[in-house]
Design a protein around this ligand. Structure first.
Ligand code: NAI
Length: 470
């Protein structure tokens, strides 16, 4: 068996692992990144990026179809070519993954396509199509193995009518009826896409609300729009199983609680009930690394309980977000290279690309109250912004949560157009422990959507200009 040595082996080439590898390369460490499927991980290949491409295509389609006329823009012969759309989306993915490979080369990172297994605190065994080799590390092993789609036993994926998110971003035909199990992030993002392309949508959610954990006022805006466009949202319900009908359609059986049941007919089922961490099966437990239900616990410095073994990203636990994984990758790279760093951010913002988008940073009003904080809330609707009217998207609002005593910002919640981009100002404000006055007194260019953030803070102080302050 071939043997060689490097400073660091990073297992997994997703947003955690590839960023960590690049930073290690920049810091002149000899690093090998091992990836078993495709560099870029779920996010670049089958998750965040492909879904956002489809979301933007569906948005463009709907905008022209349903909103163009109101703006005086008419289109004839509007149609969706799913093959062309898939090719375009695949082109974006290819560009990004090729870009990562280029960054690896430019920063001296070696990419090994294969399956890695930790065989000791300083050794990794890698199986490639050409054989197996042992790599000895002088400094560290970084576990960045991510997470995988959870499958419900009674809804085994068949790749055709019972699918997961990976297949859902690769459909070349829009189903007439689509039933989604799980009203979480993936379910609602992809539900919005296929609803816009004409699918009759049903969402089955186990809990009493969609997007558990998100400010319910924000969720209500998205739910209202889904329902207005014909979606059926069934909450507090569990999908138990299905039967195949003679015409090829599926009858999905639901447990509605209190002994009540129902059957919903559909043509396709998308299962989106969460992701499970990929901490098992990498050899970690065998060498004494703590693995709890697939998660690999890591401290503020990314260290596991075994010296020299670090873990970053989804495999370390919630929130399972690409940008969190990437930042953890940077922190761990700095530490391994001997620099001072720690995961000491105030908030991890999250963006949900529904229609309209939801983006959050920091505490919700309820979370702040649960902590015993007396809060001050400021709100501002998109409908009062000239720019929102000009882009013809006026639903939604900005909501800021601050400490009533000090006016320090504690949370920012946005539902509306471009919320995903607008939240970065909120995240920065939280990182800098800004006060309502800091954001409210910052001059925001006019006419922009971002003015809503300034006005929401001013509303919290009781004197937003473009609404009545109640
Ligand atoms: P999720 O945890 O967001 O939502 C799963 C939903 O399924 C929950 O609402 C849960 O109550 C429900 N559920 C669970 N079992 C069920 C059952 N048997 N019947 C009906 N409902 C059931 O998980 P999701 O949407 O699969 O996303 C996975 C991960 O990916 C999340 O951690 C999310 O943070 C991440 N992600 C983030 C995105 C973003 O930031 N824009 C985009 C896509 C995914």
């Amino acid at each position: 068996m071939a043997k060689r040595t490097c400073d660091v082996v990073v297992i997994g080439g997703g947003p955690g692992g590839y960023v960590c590898s690049i930073r290690l390369g920049q810091l002149k460490q000899k690093v090998i990144c091992v990836e078993k499927e495709e560099v870029g991980g779920v996010c670049l290949n089958w998750g965040c990026v492909p879904s956002k491409a489809l979301i933007s295509a569906s948005h463009t389609y709907e905008k022209v179809k349903d909103h163009g006329a109101g703006m005086g823009v008419f289109a004839e012969g509007l149609r969706v070519d799913s093959d062309k759309m898939q090719d375009w989306k695949n082109g974006i993915v290819k560009k990004l993954t090729t870009g990562v490979r280029g960054l690896f080369r430019g920063n001296g990172v070696e990419l090994v396509m294969g399956n890695a297994r930790v065989t000791g605190p300083r050794t990794v065994e890698v199986t490639t199509k050409d054989g197996t080799e042992t790599i000895e590390v002088t400094k560290a092993i970084v576990v960045a193995t991510g997470s995988s789609t959870i499958e419900i036993p009674s809804f085994k994926f068949d790749g055709k009518q019972i699918i997961g998110a990976k297949e859902a971003v690769s459909l070349r035909q829009v189903p007439k009826r689509l039933l989604i199990i799980g009203g979480g992030v993936i379910g609602l993002e992809l539900g919005c896409v296929y609803q816009k392309f004409g699918a009759e949508l049903t969402v089955v959610e186990a809990t009493p609300g969609l997007l558990p954990g998100v400010d319910p006022e924000c969720t209500a805006v998205v739910e209202k729009r889904l329902v207005k466009k014909g979606a059926k949202i069934i909450k507090s319900a569990m999908a138990k199983g299905y039967e195949k009908n003679a015409d090829g359609s599926l009858g999905v059986k639901l447990d509605l609680g209190d002994g009540k049941e129902d059957t919903v007919a559909t043509d396709m089922v998308l299962v989106a009930v969460g992701m499970r961490p990929n901490g098992a099966g990498v050899g970690l437990e065998e060498i004494g690394v703590k693995v709890e239900r697939g998660f690999v616990p890591a401290d503020h410095f990314g260290r596991t309980n075994v010296d020299g073994i670090y873990a970053i990203g989804d495999v370390t636990g919630q929130p399972m977000l690409a940008h969190k994984a990437s930042k953890e990758g940077e922190v761990v790279a700095e530490i391994i290279a001997g620099h001072k760093a720690a995961k000491d951010w105030v908030s991890i913002p999250a963006a949900i690309f529904t229609d309209p988008e939801i983006a959050v940073a920091g505490l919700t009003e309820a979370q702040a109250k649960d902590k015993g904080i007396d809060v001050r809330v400021g709100k501002f609707p998109f409908s009062a912004l000239g720019r929102a009217m000009a882009v013809n998207e006026t639903e939604g609002f900005f909501k800021v949560v601050a400490d009533k005593k000090t006016n320090e910002l504690l949370g920012v919640h946005i539902v509306g157009p471009e919320a995903s981009d607008l939240i970065s100002e909120g995240a920065l404000a939280l990182e800098m422990h800004a006060f309502l006055e800091d954001v409210g007194m910052t001059i925001h260019p006019h006419p922009t959507l971002g003015e809503g953030m300034m006005e929401a803070c001013m509303n919290g102080l009781g004197h937003a200009i473009h609404i009545l302050n109640r």
